[in-house]
Design a protein around this ligand. Structure first.
Ligand SMILES: *[C@@H]1O[C@H](CO)[C@@H](O)[C@H](O)[C@H]1NC(C)=O
Ligand SMILES: *[C@@H]1O[C@H](CO)[C@@H](O)[C@H](O)[C@H]1NC(C)=O
Ligand SMILES: *[C@@H]1O[C@H](CO)[C@@H](O)[C@H](O)[C@H]1NC(C)=O
Ligand SMILES: *[C@@H]1O[C@H](CO)[C@@H](O)[C@H](O)[C@H]1NC(C)=O
Ligand SMILES: [Cu+2]
Length: 582
């Protein structure tokens, strides 16, 4: 045995080097930071002590091994179940994980969460995808700060790659609450919950100014041992050379707000959405929902000076639209650099981008076209349509939960994937007709059959008179095509054949816009009672990837409150590989 190992080991090492596995570490720690130069120094979770976490850059087709090490202290007991856990997982958002469901990083679906002191290695290939992705924690609300860009470049085997000839900037948008993660989770899950509080700041690459009149400067900082004491770093500055065209990779790493994004005096040309290349389409601003990514081209052709990059709050009724998430686009000048160039930028240029006040539901999504043509899958008949209707309700004990078809998601006790691989789980029925609108109450999943085409209707609801919320739905293991959308309540007879998105693109997040149908709101002149549909989108999935896949609202508080389902796809075909550290 030993001899065999001695013989095999060098070969093993050789193979690893030959195929060129790319390795990365994500060391998860609690750090104290002050990203918005306010008086609040928060203890939060970071990857490798950075906000955003380190950028992972790979080439299409490559194999990657990412070791997540949990350096957090043991979980402190909380009086609210599910809050404040220091067990973590990291999910690679938008990466399809073909044949590698075990690497998807969803607690109790694909792995046990990593307890403090332990580690887990994600080992997978990035197959048939390129573009802008990110990774983030998939436990509680820790993705607020535990995230980082994941960029897949086209394989060098391909020549003539249009999108690769431009210099790039990565722009991560996120939110920063002046509250500890644990107290925030306790509030969301506990009986005091009324509404999700607005973040105090919106960050661009981990920075902004909370109080623009009195930013806390380095010298004013009181406790000099921490990250926070690097002091105020000011606004993020993106430098460009006049005359050049840049690719900006904009990552919606926010966990609650859908943000507008714009740059003064510059239009933006969209060329990529969620890893799908699209025909260039020019806009004056972007709408970026939690989990969405867009690449845009920026032509640096304006007079050389500084320009304000701004965000605003979109699609929230009864809430101010203003956002303090700002940054600076700076044209490099030829004059000799002086000391000022290293000073933090604490003031914005006077120019500001404009955001249209009148929202057009569905933004410009229906105008985008896939660069390489529409996939014929979108015109084929689907095997079935599953309606996922989201409602919020109060438990008898006072906590608020979100349910999909009356079921609030609950974590299984053992990871479903491990139960399947160890043959401990009943198989789904052989026919979908045995299921309840797609749901198997015994398995607590939505089983999918190998290679079927399934349409999901994502139905939002509200109580008339109360706001209708937007929901950014995210699919794991698959990108999907949004093939139709509408107002009010989806009705199979009325809308079953509707196709109002002419050139569906593959995305992994679809924002279901709040879209009230006024006829549904009243009955005989008074407000209707109970839940009324207030907007829907229909998305299509090809079940080509056996595995256990989460599908959920990417608004992290909504997800934490139960707005998630698990797809159990062709479990009989899931390959028998057990994750390294299970
Ligand atoms: C992560 O932690 C391990 C173990 O302490 C260490 O060897 C490694 O260098 C760390 N990686 C980074 C990027 O800090
Ligand atoms: C849980 O404890 C926190 C403080 O530790 C308190 O603010 C909160 O009200 C408590 N919640 C419940 C449900 O007891
Ligand atoms: C942006 O595009 C709009 C519409 O095409 C155009 O009117 C406007 O002049 C453009 N702005 C810039 C700065 O190029
Ligand atoms: C609305 O009014 C009509 C006529 O007055 C009545 O027949 C009907 O039942 C009412 N509908 C509801 C839902 O109350
Ligand atoms: Cu939601």
């Amino acid at each position: 045995m030993v001899i065999l190992l001695l013989v095999l080991l060098p070969i093993f090492i050789l193979i690893q080097n030959v195929v060129g596995i790319k390795r990365f570490d994500l060391n998860i720690t609690i750090d104290q930071i002050n990203p918005d130069c306010s008086k609040y120094n928060g203890h939060i979770l970071l990857a490798n002590h950075q906000l955003p976490g380190p950028t992972i850059q790979v080439e299409e087709g490559e194999r990657v091994q990412i070791t997540v090490r949990n350096f957090l202290p043991p979980t402190q007991p909380s009086n609210v179940t599910g809050a404040g856990s220091n067990d973590i997982t990291v999910h690679f958002h938008g990466i399809r994980q073909y044949g590698s469901s075990y690497a998807d990083g969803v607690p109790f679906l694909t792995q046990r969460p990593i307890p403090p002191g332990a580690e887990f290695t994600h080992d997978f290939r990035v197959v048939n995808q390129e573009g802008t992705f990110f990774y983030h924690a998939h436990v509680g609300l820790s993705e607020q700060t535990l995230f980082g860009p994941f960029i897949i470049h086209p394989s060098k085997k391909h020549h003539q790659v249009l999108s690769e000839k431009y210099p790039e900037h990565i722009i991560s948008l996120s939110e920063w609450w002046h509250a500890s993660r644990t107290s925030f989770e306790e509030y969301i899950l506990g009986p005091e919950f009324e509404f999700i509080p607005e973040a105090q700041s919106v960050l661009i690459n981990g920075r902004t100014l909370y109080n623009t009149d009195h930013p806390l400067l380095p010298s004013q900082n009181t406790s000099p041992q921490n990250e926070a004491d690097k002091g105020c770093l000011g606004y993020t500055v993106f430098e460009v050379d006049r005359g050049k065209t840049y690719r900006l990779r904009v990552i919606g790493a926010s966990t609650f707000r859908t943000l507008g994004f714009a740059i003064a005096h510059h239009n933006l040309t969209i060329i990529e959405v969620d890893g799908e290349s699209v025909k260039p389409y020019s806009v004056s601003f972007l709408e970026v929902a939690p989990g969405q990514r867009l690449s845009v081209l920026l032509h640096a052709v304006q007079p050389p000076q500084d320009y304000t990059i701004a965000t605003d709050r979109r699609w929230a009724e009864d809430v101010s639209r203003s956002s303090n998430g700002m940054a600076v686009l700076r044209y490099k000048t030829n004059h000799k650099s002086n000391d000022n160039d290293n000073m933090p930028v604490l003031q914005l240029p006077p120019n500001r981008p404009e955001f249209p006040l009148l929202d057009a539901t569905h933004w410009i999504w229906s105008n985008l076209k896939p660069l390489y043509g529409v996939d014929p899958i979108v015109i084929r008949p689907s095997s079935r349509t599953i309606k996922l209707r989201a409602t919020d309700f109060k438990l008898p004990t006072g906590e608020t939960r979100w349910a999909i078809n009356d079921v609030a998601y609950m974590e299984p006790e053992e990871p479903i994937l491990l139960d399947i691989l160890q043959n401990k789980r009943r198989r789904p029925p052989l026919s979908a007709s045995a299921l309840n609108n797609g749901y198997d109450p015994y398995l607590a999943t939505y089983p999918l059959y190998h290679y079927e085409i399934v349409d999901f209707v994502l139905q939002s609801t509200h109580i008339p008179g109360e706001p209708c919320r937007s929901h950014p739905w995210h699919t794991h293991g698959h990108s999907h095509w949004e093939i139709a959308h509408g107002s009010g309540e989806y009705n199979e007879i009325k809308h079953g054949h509707l196709r109002n998105i002419p050139y569906p693109i593959q995305k992994d997040v679809t924002l279901v816009y709040p879209h009230i149908d006024s006829q549904d709101e009243t009955v005989n002149g008074s407000l209707a009672t109970g839940f009324v549909g207030c907007g829907w989108s229909k998305i299509r999935i090809l079940a080509d990837n056996p595995g256990i896949w989460a599908m959920h609202c990417h608004n992290a508080p909504h997800m934490l409150m139960g707005m998630m389902v698990a797809l159990e796809e062709a479990p009989e075909l899931i390959n028998g590989y057990l994750p390294l550290d299970s």
